[in-house]
Design a protein around this ligand. Structure first.
Ligand code: FAD
Length: 472
């Protein structure tokens, strides 16, 4: 009897154990788009559209076209299995809480008719439910977690090859045309994704091309340059590909180790941050909206729509923050160092709740990933499992001067500052009149005055933190 291949966050053919069953049986590849809470945000939908197009093309070439459906998978999948007489549905294991409950419900519905949902590990290097501390508990701290997983990965088997021809199941429904999902911005909405195409090639071959380019141009100098947002290939840019599983972490891990070199260790450790976020989400599903440190529930945020909006638009008056927010809007991605600075500025200097920043990132990042986004926001806000101490507050001017010393990054995304000398590129509000005039800038007209004074913002943030620490 045939099997259903249910694609979710594993939109690839290479190194995908879900496809192993295709060696023995006819298959029906399916993707079900489910709208609702925590459905992909705008930028991620753009990516998903193109990624599905690539997957559909690859599957059609192998003789088993992808069937695209929309609705509640808990009903659609069991119905489809009954229709084509499939006894097994194969899929990749996900860590998101809603996906897990959906899978449990789908499995139960399948079981009621003698069928089953078989989940494979194809998104992570470790199994969150298997990796435990010496005391048998889940990990809550990155360093011991990474040590444990590193040791485990010594014997990591090589990636699986992509299958050859597939035998299509008989009686497959036709499904929706991809455009029917409405994932792309369409009039009257302006095409905010126009620039995305210049930066990204969604899909499995785009992912492998990016990996190859990074191994050639970036890996060697990764340790030295991964914090510099203004350089080319400082980091891999693989995050959106990894998020949708267009490439597996095992393929990345093996390829990087094969290439080797100076940056290798640091790069592998970053891949393990992704594992760690998913480990946390698996064991602490409440982390998507609730601070992992309970005292933060009483944090005195000062919700302010105008401040939030200025941050979203890249109009805070601090160049490294604003450059990052504009890079995000225009490309759907932001450099990790700048994500940390921009997020810290929002939650500390502006005292806006981390959930508001998380929501904006969710909607605007092409790599928006529930585990990575929530874990990172909680980490920056100081309320995460393994968080930086709250009192360590990034100064956006000093951070900018340290990691973008000549202002290459700021000049690219904030061209109105391009003519400022290096000395003032991260502090235009402190530049003397004559320097501003020379650069053609009037503060308040061409460039926003700072939303908040850094020393005042810092003192206010520390006072807010003292209030929850003291249990007031
Ligand atoms: P590289 O430096 O090339 O790293 C390789 C891979 O390792 C990445 O693709 C990613 O999968 C993983 N990785 C690297 N750093 C981290 C990290 N700190 N945490 C988890 N995984 C990591 N990453 C997302 O994938 N999705 C998100 O929604 C997301 N939101 C974030 C929000 C904030 C506030 C912060 C500070 C970080 C967030 N990150 C998120 C983590 C990190 O910024 C990105 O993974 C990274 O910038 C992706 O760029 P890259 O692929 O070039 O990374």
């Amino acid at each position: 009897d045939p099997a259903i291949l249910w694609f979710r966050q594993d939109l690839r053919l290479g190194d995908n154990p879900v496809l192993a069953v295709a060696a023995e049986r006819p298959v029906l590849p399916v993707f079900v788009f489910e709208d609702g809470p925590r459905a992909p945000g705008g930028a991620a939908r753009w990516w998903l559209h193109h990624s599905l197009a690539a997957l559909a093309g690859a599957l059609a070439e192998r003789g088993a076209p992808l069937v695209i459906l929309r609705g509640d998978a808990r009903e659609i999948i069991p119905r489809l299995a009954a229709e084509i007489g499939a006894t097994e549905v194969h899929a990749g294991r996900q860590t998101e809480p809603l996906a897990r409950s959906r899978d449990a419900a789908t499995h139960a519905a399948l079981e009621a008719t003698g069928r089953r949902l078989v989940l494979h590990r194809n998104a992570l290097l470790h199994e969150p439910h298997r990796v435990r501390t010496g005391e048998g508990r889940p990990y809550g701290v990155y360093t011991p977690f990474s040590r444990a997983v590193f040791a485990l990965l010594e014997g990591l088997p090589p990636p699986l090859p992509a299958p050859g021809r597939l035998r299509p199941a008989a009686g497959a429904p036709s499904g929706l045309p991809l455009d029917g999902l409405g994932l792309l911005p369409a009039p009257p909405v302006p095409d905010w994704a126009a620039e995305f195409r210049e930066h990204w090639t969604p899909g499995e071959s785009g992912a492998h091309a990016r990996l190859a380019a990074f191994l050639e141009h970036g890996l060697d100098r990764y340790a030295a340059r991964r914090n510099m947002p203004g350089v080319a290939w400082g980091t891999s840019g693989l995050s959106p590909h990894l998020h949708l599983g267009e490439i597996s972490p095992r393929q990345v891990w093996h390829a990087a180790r094969e290439k080797g070199g100076a940056g290798l260790e640091t790069f592998l450790k970053e891949l393990l941050w992704r594992e760690f976020s998913h480990h946390l989400l698996w064991h602490r599903p409440e982390m998507v909206d609730t601070p992992l440190r309970p005292e933060f529930a009483a944090f005195p945020w000062r919700e302010d729509a105008a401040l939030l909006r200025a941050w979203q638009r890249g109009r805070t008056g601090y160049p490294i923050v604003d450059a990052g927010m504009r890079e995000l809007w225009r490309t759907g991605w932001m450099h990790n160092r700048v994500r940390m600075i921009a997020a810290s500025f929002l939650v500390k200097h502006l005292l806006q709740p981390w959930q508001a920043g998380e929501a904006w990132f969710w909607d605007t990042l092409v790599d928006a990933d529930l585990a990575n986004n929530c874990a990172s926001w909680q980490w920056v806000a100081g309320c995460g499992a393994d968080a930086a101490p709250y009192f360590r507050i990034f100064n956006p001017v000093l951070q900018g001067e340290k990691f973008d010393p000549e202002g290459a990054y700021v000049r690219r995304w904030c061209p109105e500052l391009a003519r400022l000398p290096d000395r003032f590129i991260h502090r235009p509000h402190e530049a003397p009149e004559a320097v501003l005039r020379e650069a053609g800038i009037v503060i308040g007209r061409d460039w926003p005055a700072p939303l908040v004074d850094l020393a005042e913002g810092r003192a206010r943030a520390l006072a807010a933190f003292a209030a929850i620490k003291g249990g007031e």
